[in-house]
Design a protein around this ligand. Sequence first.
Ligand code: AR6
Length: 179
Amino acid sequence: MNISEIISVSIGDIVEQEVDAIVNAANNSLLGGGGVDGAIHKAAGPQLLEECRTLGGCPTGEARITKGYLLPAKWVIHTVGPIWQGGHQNEDELLVNAYRNSLLLAEEHDIKSIAFPGISIGAYGFPVDRASKLAVAAIIENLDKDTSIEEIRLICFNDIAYHHYSRSLETSVDEIYKI
Ligand code: AR6
């Protein structure tokens, strides 16, 4: 398994991604919000909210799956990242869990390609440098040899996020392959 062939970082809009599943940075209610959550609900159409209403919310760090409705993606994996409170409220572990549980759900549904936004780095205020390192570490740790997942896109909405996620990915790959 070649990590740099599986994971990529790019600037873009997650709702436009032609992948099996996109990940939503949702809140505990799973009933929509602003940011990437608002964009996904808008693009998927009202049936997404209808299905979300049946789920009964989602604790921070866990994930739930719905159909993608009008999106190019077949599935939406809704996860809830932590709200940054200064770093002593288990924020790191909860962020890692959000990526880990999203990937577990993807495996269970035989998803081959998946796109993540920068979970928690918007309204939830997680420092992007720290979040990018945790995101890349969590993804690499959870890619085992038998994974069904062939492609993981980290979709950044601006240059600053792109800078951090791409640097974190390069650093991790360099460390693994001792370049
Ligand atoms: N495609 C890709 N990335 C996007 C898009 C998009 N269409 N739109 C925004 N981003 P945020 P959070 C980026 O706030 O911090 C919601 O109200 C954005 O620039 O969406 O986990 C939920 O309901 C930022 O870099 O998610 C929750 O209440 C990143 O996505 C709360 O916000 C995440 O920003 C969750 O906050």
